[in-house]
Write a new protein. Structure first.
Length: 232
């Protein structure tokens, strides 16, 4: 029982105020990538030391197709604005909860603080001591509550769910299943755990990185080592 509980904790990470990312299925692993590479030569595993060196070689030389044979499936709960950035990663499969079929719950992301516009990175933000956080958070709270009240009022007045949802903000939480191979997942992590990515999606990428490392430690160690050489 203790081992099962520990595994569940490793496979479920709470993110932001109401979100989470949970690993619900996994196929493959480091050895699977090795075997998929060696089959090209009609060969098999040559022991851990040489297999790990092969993974390093594959990553360093851009021979990445063997990593496509390892697959992760996640259950994700995140704000819609995070999901829209997430789904730009198209080499994956998605199934998202539908607000046409289900009534939207009163679940919205509330940031701990607002950030100021970054004047260097035009799409980014920076922490700032000059912002009136109390005022901003009060404005935000009022807008969120007003939008959900309007949604409920429209539903009660007989509006279809697909129409009533139009008043809701992108701070609304959504849920989806995401299936992705290890090659594409490394690309996701490299972009979304990067310092230039938005803070909120970075929190999810960091959690996924931990799960990747737990499932494919040889690959992650080789990948991290390679990145350290590229970006000392």
């Amino acid at each position: 029982m203790a081992d099962t509980t520990l595994k569940q904790k490793k496979d479920l990470h709470k993110v932001l105020d109401r979100g989470f990312v949970k690993l619900i299925d996994f196929m493959g692993g480091d050895q699977n990538a090795v075997d998929s590479a060696r089959v090209s030569f009609g060969s098999v595993s040559k022991g851990e030391a040489l297999d790990r060196k092969l993974i390093e070689y594959l990553l360093a030389n851009g021979h990445l197709s063997p990593f496509e044979h390892s697959v992760f499936q996640f259950h994700v709960k995140c704000p819609i604005f995070v999901a829209r950035q997430w789904m730009r990663h198209r080499i994956a499969s998605y199934n998202e909860i539908s607000a046409r079929y289900t009534k939207v719950q009163d679940e919205f992301y509330f940031p701990e603080a607002f950030r100021a516009q970054d004047n260097i990175n035009r799409q980014g933000s920076v922490r700032s001591c000059g912002l009136d956080q109390e005022k901003m958070l009060a404005v935000y709270d009022k807008a969120i509550k007003s939008s959900y009240a309007a949604y409920q009022e429209l539903i009660e007045a007989g509006a279809a769910r697909e129409m009533a949802r139009l008043v809701l903000p992108v701070a609304q939480y959504t849920q989806f299943h995401w299936t992705i191979n290890a090659r594409s997942l490394l690309n996701f992590i490299s972009l979304r755990a990067d310092a230039h990515a938005q803070y909120e999606i970075r929190q999810y990428a960091d959690a996924i990185q931990e799960m990747f490392c737990e499932k494919m430690p040889w690959t992650w160690k080789a990948y991290a080592k390679l990145n350290a050489k590229k970006h000392p």
